[in-house]
Write a protein of this length. Structure first.
Length: 189
């Protein structure tokens, strides 16, 4: 799995960049309406899920443990589509959906990191991203009435932290791949 991720480190980096952009938009536009947040989150969840699905499917022959990434990707796409189909969703329901998505994605990241621990140093970054995701999801379930503005800031902060951790992992994967002669350029998926 480490070699596959090293060859495709740019996909991990792209997921990190998308997460950071999403986080910055939510923090610097706190007056965003709930409907706009629904569409912004829905787009992010779909894009992130598609990247995860593409990566999982492209590498399914080389790696028998690709299902965790696929499940996380499918959950992201499904949640993104649900947000587009139900734009009038209430803040509380949106919080629960985002919380469930964050928990599922975090668990999938932790599962992948457990597999990576035998082949690469620095897998802790993916574990930490997964733990942050699960913790964020739990906070949304425990305190759903914190208000739309607070939620926007929490979502933005979560996305930025997760994005930074994914970028750090991507560059570690790139270095690890170069050390093993896997090449510096990412393979097209």
């Amino acid at each position: 799995m480490g070699e596959i991720l090293a060859r495709n480190w740019s996909w991990v980096a792209l997921r990190g960049v998308v997460a950071i952009i999403f986080g910055l938009l939510t923090i610097f536009q706190p007056s965003i309406t709930l409907v706009a947040l629904v569409f912004l989150f829905g787009g992010y969840a779909v894009v992130d899920g598609v990247f995860a699905i593409v990566s999982a499917i492209a590498n399914r022959r080389d790696e028998p443990h690709w299902v965790a990434l696929l499940v996380g990707g499918i959950a992201g796409v499904a949640l993104g589509i649900l947000t587009f189909l139900m734009p009038g969703i209430t803040a509380t329901v949106l919080l629960y959906l985002i919380g469930a998505w964050a928990i599922i994605t975090g668990i999938a990241q932790i599962m992948v990191a457990i597999r990576l621990r035998k082949v690469i140093e620095g897998e802790w970054m993916l574990v930490l991203a997964g733990v942050v995701s699960v913790a964020f999801g739990l906070v949304l379930f425990i305190a759903p009435g914190t208000g739309a503005l607070a939620v926007v800031l929490w979502i933005g902060t979560y996305a930025i932290i997760a994005g930074i951790l994914l970028l750090a992992l991507a560059f570690r994967l790139r270095s690890w791949g170069r050390e093993r002669g896997l090449g510096g350029a990412a393979r097209a998926v």
